[in-house]
Design a protein around this ligand. Structure first.
Ligand SMILES: [Zn+2]
Length: 232
């Protein structure tokens, strides 16, 4: 069992009940639900789900960074490898097209995105959970990614701490965030989305504080891709 209780970290059984009695559910027999409530997801993002991976993300990335969505995801997939891979804020789970994982876990708060992912990518384990409190056992992942998500959180430090916790020693981690404070597009996007535009040093410091050694940083217009390895 890969899951642990997000409330007290005790083990969770096949029925998704923890040792202390917290009960979680499986939606439609295919989405592991550790949230048990509906979360307000950005309405615009919710509306674009049907075109998210075919038009919205590719066009947005191409316009802002000059890079294709496919090459962007492929490069992340080339860095992250191993049997058990987790993607935090997975959306439609497109990243898994570029990963050779045996156990592939896609986490999101949006039930609609997860339902879309399960229709399109049946092998991916869909988990509805909060990035700040992952319902996963510590030290299980060979790789973990989070693309175009962490800057939307009010405090990314909790999610980064969780990403480090679930990673094995020497496991690989890749994040892509809106973090170029010198980019006019970055400033425009952050105002449009009402998110904090934080300097990439902010993310690098958080990663390093959480035993994630930064091995590579790439600037793609307003975006920063930061690749790390977990040191124990
Ligand atoms: Zn519990």
């Amino acid at each position: 069992m890969i899951f642990s209780c997000p409330i007290d970290r005790s083990d969770v059984n096949e029925k998704l009940e923890c040792e202390k009695g917290h009960k979680f559910g499986i939606i439609g027999g295919q989405i592991y639900d550790f949230l048990l409530k509906d979360v307000e997801v950005d309405k615009l993002l919710s509306r674009v789900i049907p075109i998210y991976e075919s038009i919205w993300a590719p066009l947005g990335l191409l316009i802002t960074s000059g890079k294709t969505y496919t090459s962007f995801l492929r490069e992340i997939g080339e860095f992250i490898d191993g049997d058990l891979i987790i993607d935090v804020g997975t959306g439609t789970g497109k990243i898994f097209d570029f990963l050779n994982c045996k156990t592939c876990i896609g986490i999101d708060v949006s039930l609609r995105f997860l339902m879309y992912m399960k229709r399109k990518r049946t092998r991916v384990i869909a988990v509805r959970a909060d990035a700040n409190n992952l319902p996963l056992k510590s030290g299980i992942a060979d790789g973990i990614s989070s693309t175009l998500v962490l800057h939307m959180l009010s405090n990314p430090s909790f999610a980064i701490r969780e990403m480090s916790r679930v990673l094995k020693s020497n496991g690989k981690c890749s994040i892509a965030v809106l973090a170029n404070v010198n980019s006019i597009i970055g400033k425009t996007l952050s105002r449009w989305w009402k998110v904090n535009l934080r300097h990439y040093d902010y993310y690098i410091n958080l990663l390093q504080e959480n035993s994630l050694k930064v091995v590579e940083r790439k600037e793609l217009g307003p975006w920063e891709v930061i690749n790390c390895i977990k040191i124990s």
